[in-house]
Write a protein that binds this ligand. Sequence first.
Ligand SMILES: Nc1ncnc2c1ncn2[C@@H]1O[C@H](COP(=O)(O)OP(=O)(O)O)[C@@H](O)[C@H]1O
Ligand SMILES: [Mg+2]
Length: 424
Amino acid sequence: MSKQPSIREIENAFLPAKEITDASRFAGRKEYVESAFYALLTEGTNIAIIGNRGIGKSSLAMQLQEISGGKNDLLRKLKINDNENLDFLTFYYACGGSVTCHHELLEKLLTSKNCLLDWSYDIPKARNFIEKYTPKFSVGFASLGGEKSTKTTTQTSQPEHDIETVFTNVVSSICEEKLAQNGIMFIIDEFDQIKDKTGFASFLKALATNVPNVRFCIVGVAHDINELIADHASTDRLFAGGIINLPPMSNTELEEIIRDAEKSIGNFIKFDQNATNKVVNLSQGHPYIVHLLGKYSLRTIYKNSRKSICDIDIDNTLKSIANEKTDLVLEDRYKKAVGSSAQREIVLKSLAQTQTYNLEIHTKDAYKKAIDLGVDNPSQFVGSLVTEDFGAEIVKIRDRYYRFKDSLFVAYVNARPHLHELKG
Ligand SMILES: Nc1ncnc2c1ncn2[C@@H]1O[C@H](COP(=O)(O)OP(=O)(O)O)[C@@H](O)[C@H]1O
Ligand SMILES: [Mg+2]
């Protein structure tokens, strides 16, 4: 019999709050990893990873970072033919909510310690370009070097170049050093969070001409590349062959996440087939939900010294996730949409349950379900669910058709037990 895993191993068997960095824990996605690898091999192609929240974009991006640095573990695991190890100098930057425009992004890339700052410090030509730009950067250098730069006296002068030129010059001088054979790659995660993206596509175009060895991989929530870039400039050639539109994961891939997690604890605790199917079905293609349900089910079963997880355990986990607000953001959104109305909750759930494969909802189907459950006037509640007061989780796409804004929220609505008691 396998040895009892530690609490640490149990807690890390599933990772709802963390991207997958370890290739052995990265499930499925062969076709997308392969496309991304080919895009990396193609000179001049930038990459965009798009898809819904919680679908696995950042995890794929981090695997790409590994592959771009020549670590081919995932390619081998997926049996993707790899007759070369890439050699990029790759930087990963997540925008969060703090970047307002692409100029600010470039500034962050230049001044963040784990991006270009350290490299520019070591390469005099690059350092010089930055120091001429603005005093702000020199301060960064000074604190980095431990003593103040001797150039502080000239720091009040106007910047000699705009940020795009400085960035281009700096990456160009780093490229000249030939630190990495394939050039430099910037992975920009949460690109959708940048408020004003105007000018980024044109900048990329100019950069491609001036420093051909630089690539961007932009990652974010979007349906297509134009939505992500949100710029009128044409992106066709910039991202040719490099657009990875991540769909929901297949059931086989989602099941693989559970099997990998079991393996990581020596199969000491197992999900029986009913529990596995339940988790997979509830997640509706979102690996995040598998990790969330998996983690908290495993924790409880381990505490109770049991060895097998069944579907009733999953039901109990669902209840405790809701009660304990384990995912505070999703739970708050749920509560905001439902409010104090048992009827609105029924309508919300009816909408989520009648969403079709193309993510549309026909009101006829949703209303019927809600009426069967005792709601008198479902259209009134749909009317409120589109408003900001109730979180605007759904949008009207055309007459009698609605859509949820976020498919991860739909999975949560379907999985979460009722907040208000069902009457009748
Ligand atoms: N291929 C995968 N195999 C296993 N788990 C994955 C995979 N892709 C994503 N996950 C997990 O799913 C959750 C969401 O992934 P993440 O990459 O953060 O998605 P996104 O960036 O699209 O929101 C995380 O818990 C992550 O560990
Ligand atoms: Mg992400």
